[in-house]
Design a protein. Structure first.
Length: 535
């Protein structure tokens, strides 16, 4: 189940808001709402609860002062799903119902600082979602309920009169949590977190939930706020996502108490491992880690609530991911430039910023973006940024015109970053006894073997370059002929600028050298080559 459109009329913050996801293809599994505090993101979650409660418990329409923007006017929420069905609810409690499992939400107020329950609850009806918050300003107190349900299931299997397999119980109830914790926190101490004890509240004592952190044995009560947040979320999804298989999940401030790396890892974990395939996750955040994951994930949409006047009818559609402007809610551009005042902020393709920054070039900081198009668009839109992108099949004339019209944009002299890593001269410096001549001959042999195949895709590849579609940049009419001539040459420096060492070259010959990229970027040759490319 996915939402196609959402409309909120006279509802809390909004006079008439439409969120239109119909243009997102494929339908996003993750919808990330970003915006300043008070911009209205959490109001969307109240709308989901209001619509779904009509089916779950037929409660009254609630306090008009809470839901209605203008008290004397009726509020209405409508949700159009990807199958064409439209669910509605209005202030007079009329509406078209959805399935009871169509929505599942959690409020931002779900922190449980310490375990206090001293006996198991016997009336928890999680299958009816009875313990949910009715308003998204209320406490979400599900965590100890989830513990009760999980430990109750374990006890039932242990004391059901038959034999039980402790390893099987661990596989079913402990391992899924620990596998998730490892993906989020990593496997290495001191940051790793491993659940190893799960005892229910018995004999008037709270539950005894313990974790290993390195050599330490840590009770749940002594975990950090961020660790408790992640444990809380994982137990809840472990316990309940089997009940919600065709559902819109919505979780407010999922990033609470987390640093940037944990933000990214947690959102990735939940989206890719805990939200069923036929479901959609909505969450709201200001966090850098969440924005980064949403920009990278093909199945994610970004909705920016900033700079809208919600006293007027408004429509919000997904933001283009190639723009770095979406980061401004987490780190305003002015702040970023002030923090790195005096440095060139250089956008580069893929994850290559990790390696470029190892060069420690004076006054330069590299920032990785997804591809060539994102480097070009961000440099074009914002003169504060510099860019360094792969050459691919750009000619010398095209590169010169790009430099003329976009002075902050640089293009590598060779096809890709990997052409520098695996250049014979670079390998020769890294491994003094390396047989560079045999290696040069092997590059030439593989180039000749693949040349005809490369040429068949040449024009198609060039048509996909956004930089060549810019009205200021004139394509070289003889580009194909010049590149073909270069690739027919046996001189390395003639054909190497157009030969893809990233995907075309079989590096088996180099495998025995066991040279990681981090080693290859630390040579004088590599440093000089990249410095020259940035001139």
């Amino acid at each position: 189940m996915f939402i196609n459109k959402l409309r909120l009329q006279n509802f809390k913050r909004f006079t008439d808001l439409t969120i239109d996801l119909s243009i997102a293809q494929p339908a996003p599994k993750l919808v990330l709402m970003i915006g300043a505090n008070g911009s209205g993101k959490s109001c969307v979650f109240d709308a989901f609860e209001w619509v779904s409660s009509y089916s779950k418990d037929r409660n009254s329409s609630g306090d008009p002062a809470y839901y209605s923007k203008v008290a004397q006017d009726a509020s209405e929420v409508s949700v159009e799903f990807n199958d064409g069905y439209v669910a509605k609810r209005s202030a007079n409690n009329q509406g078209s119902a959805v399935d009871k499992t169509a929505f599942y939400g959690r409020s931002a107020l779900r922190q449980v600082p310490r375990l206090t329950r001293t006996g198991p609850q016997t009336s928890i009806e999680i299958e009816h979602d009875r313990d949910r918050p009715r308003l998204y300003i209320e406490l979400d107190q599900r965590f100890e309920n989830d513990l009760d349900v999980v430990t109750g299931k374990i006890l039932k299997e242990v004391f059901n009169g038959g034999r039980f397999d402790s390893d099987e119980l661990k596989t079913r109830y402990i391992n899924p949590i620990n596998q998730a914790l490892e993906r989020v926190f990593g496997a290495k101490p001191p940051t790793s977190l491993v659940l190893h004890r799960l005892v229910p509240p018995l004999e008037g004592k709270p539950a005894d939930i313990r974790f290993r952190k390195g050599e330490a044995d840590v009770h749940y009560n002594l975990l950090s706020s961020g660790e408790k947040e992640i444990v809380n979320i994982l137990f809840n999804l472990f316990n309940r996502n089997n009940l919600y298989r065709d559902t819109i999940y919505f979780i407010d401030e999922l990033d609470a108490h987390l640093n940037t790396s944990l933000q990214y890892a947690l959102l990735k974990e939940i989206t890719e491992h805990w939200i069923p395939d036929n479901c959609q996750l909505w969450t709201a955040s200001h966090s850098l880690g969440f924005i980064q994951y949403a920009r990278e994930a093909a199945h994610a949409a970004l909705l920016d609530f900033d700079q809208f006047d919600f006293d007027l009818p408004q429509t919000i559609i997904p933001q283009p991911k190639e723009s770095l402007e979406v980061y401004e809610i987490a780190v305003p551009k002015e702040t970023l430039l002030r923090v790195f005042q005096g440095k060139q902020l250089i956008l580069c393709e893929n994850k290559n910023d990790e390696y470029y920054n190892l060069l420690n070039l004076p006054d330069k900081l590299f920032i990785g973006v997804q591809d060539k198009r994102q480097v070009y668009l961000n440099v074009k839109q914002n003169p504060a940024y510099y860019g360094l992108m792969d050459r691919d099949y750009l000619t010398d004339g095209e590169i010169a015109r790009l430099r003329q019209h976009f002075p902050n944009l640089r293009v590598l002299g060779y096809y890709a970053f990997e052409n520098y890593l695996y250049h014979p001269d670079n390998l020769q410096e890294a491994v003094p006894d390396f047989d560079a001549e045999t290696y040069r001959a092997e590059i030439g042999r593989q180039k000749n073997e693949q040349r005809d195949y490369i040429l068949t895709g040449l024009e198609g590849a060039r048509r996909g370059y956004s930089v060549l579609n810019d009205e200021n940049i004139k394509r070289d009419e003889n580009a194909t002929q010049a590149i073909v001539q270069a690739l027919r040459s046996d001189d390395l420096e003639s054909f190497y600028p157009y030969f893809d060492m990233k995907t075309r070259f079989n590096r088996q010959l180099l495998s025995k050298l066991k040279l990681p990229p981090k080693r290859l970027v630390q040579t004088n040759w590599f440093r000089t080559a990249i410095t020259n490319a940035l001139q």
